[in-house]
Ligand binder design. Structure first.
Ligand code: FES
Ligand code: FES
Length: 163
């Protein structure tokens, strides 16, 4: 039976074995390469996607469980101003080294800033505790997310003064 769900705003229909995990379907059948295979046991966060707007580990979800849901990956956020602010801040703060963990961190940060536009250091640290990075030591990532929040805030203030 094909599985049908929304992927980055477009409907997809994909044939996948009942025991196939969403991570494999996204990468190998649908060509979504931003979703990374790390631990495959729900510990590293490299495979994070948004399921109906909430971050989940795609290595822990069977593809058939996505039936009827909305899956979002980095590819679906390219024009989003919050996403753009986060990626710009990651670049400016050196929060990307090998980059393997970055998609997962960016998606987690995106959900955080959508729900909490002015997080504290400890709120950011708590939000990203399900994502592992072996390169950066986390400080630069947290600084980048805090700076992205400032950028978004400044941008929205500028917009409202233009009106
Ligand atoms: S690959 Fe899914 S949590 Fe590590
Ligand atoms: S930048 Fe290499 S694992 Fe995070």
């Amino acid at each position: 039976m094909p599985v049908r769900f929304m992927l980055n705003g477009s409907p997809v229909e994909v044939e996948a074995p009942d025991n196939e995990i969403l991570l494999d379907t996204l990468r190998h059948r649908l060509g979504v390469k931003s979703v990374k295979r790390g631990c495959e046991t729900g510990e590293c966060g490299a495979c994070t996607v948004l399921l109906d707007g909430k971050p989940v580990y795609s290595c822990l979800i069977l593809t058939r469980m996505a039936e009827g849901h909305e899956i979002t990956t980095l590819e679906g956020l390219r024009d989003d101003p919050v996403f753009k602010a986060i990626t710009l801040s990651f670049a400016e703060h050196g929060a990307v080294q090998c980059g393997f963990c970055t998609p997962g961190f960016v998606l987690t940060a995106y959900v955080l800033l959508k729900h909490n536009p002015s997080p504290t250091w400890s709120e950011v640290a708590k939000a990203v505790e399900g994502n592992l990075c072996r390169c950066t030591g986390y400080k630069k990532i947290i600084e980048a997310i805090l700076d992205a929040a400032k950028k978004i805030h400044t941008h929205s203030n500028d917009d409202s003064q233009d009106k």
